[in-house]
Design a protein around this ligand. Structure first.
Ligand SMILES: *[C@@H]1O[C@H](CO)[C@@H](O)[C@H](O)[C@H]1NC(C)=O
Ligand SMILES: *[C@@H]1O[C@H](CO)[C@@H](O)[C@H](O)[C@H]1NC(C)=O
Ligand SMILES: *[C@@H]1O[C@H](CO)[C@@H](O)[C@H](O)[C@H]1NC(C)=O
Length: 247
């Protein structure tokens, strides 16, 4: 057993060493998703456009390289900006899992969000990813981690109820082994609510790690999990599908 472990370690090491890619010059990644229900009721962004293909679920925000000291590289390469034709085969999935609900651009424009994520964060991780694999990796983690279901399994539901911040972190820790960072915003009454979830990955984005640095993201010890306001039946039926497919 020990022999196998040592051999596979050596194989792994030689793969890393023989690779022509330079080692990442940052320490870890945040993979960030956001809860669209926290946008409409904050009345800060736009509400979901009626024709949106997005589902009532956590949406990808992006994959962000980080330094251990709480700072991060950004906008590293003006010569390789976002080019949608490089991800044309991923667009259908991006439209449903990586929608822009009008919080960063108003009216919402998901192409702008994708462009921003690559130009700001993606251009700094080109020792690991090209445009296609950057977007694909985000989609891969979205498929791997069904955060809404993970929370629902522990009785934590988007029903305007209040849940312990630690309860939410522990539900996710139970599944991935490490507590995530949580970012809150406020509803119109000034109540803190679940907005974004930060999952930490190693600097090759291969596995979950303990967060080396968790910023203070202005939550309270109990936070609201806001209802999602998009009510059309299409989105309801779509949101059921992924878990059916996953079994
Ligand atoms: C944080 O770490 C990075 C990478 O080591 C370094 O370039 C940067 O100057 C540091 N920033 C601060 C504020 O310490
Ligand atoms: C965008 O990517 C496509 C496919 O790789 C390429 O043909 C095209 O020249 C690129 N456009 C720009 C502006 O770089
Ligand atoms: C959305 O953003 C993209 C990229 O910036 C831009 O090309 C496009 O015109 C925008 N679409 C709308 C409807 O504003």
């Amino acid at each position: 057993m020990r022999g196998i472990v040592i051999i596979s370690f050596l194989v792994l090491q030689s793969l890393v060493v023989s690779s022509s890619q330079p080692a990442p010059n940052f320490n870890f990644f945040y993979w960030v998703t956001y809860w669209p229900g926290a946008i409409c009721d904050s009345q800060k962004g736009c509400c979901p456009p009626p024709n949106s293909k997005a589902t009532s679920d956590f949406m990808i925000h992006g994959l962000w390289p980080q330094f251990n000291n709480g700072t991060w590289p950004a906008f590293c390469d003006q010569t390789n900006l976002f080019n949608i034709s490089k991800v044309s085969d991923l667009i259908c999935r991006m439209e449903t899992k990586w929608a822009e609900w009008g919080v960063w651009t108003c009216p919402s424009n998901e192409t702008k969000l994708w462009e921003h994520e690559w130009d700001k964060h993606g251009t700094c991780v080109q020792s690991i990813f090209n445009q296609h694999s950057y977007f694909q990796t985000n989609l891969k983690y979205r498929q791997k981690l069904d955060l809404l279901n993970i929370l629902k399994q522990k009785g934590i539901k988007p029903n305007d109820g209040f849940y312990g911040l630690d309860e939410i972190k522990n539900a996710i820790k139970c599944v991935i082994g490490f507590a995530p960072g949580i970012e809150c915003n406020e509803d119109v009454k000034g109540k803190k609510q679940l907005f974004q979830i930060y999952i930490c990955l190693d600097n090759y984005a291969k596995e979950f790690v303990e967060c080396p640095y968790v910023p203070d993201r202005s939550c309270a010890s109990k936070i609201k999990f806001p209802k999602f306001t998009k009510k059309d039946s299409l989105s309801e039926s779509l949101s059921v599908m992924p878990s059916v497919l996953a079994t």
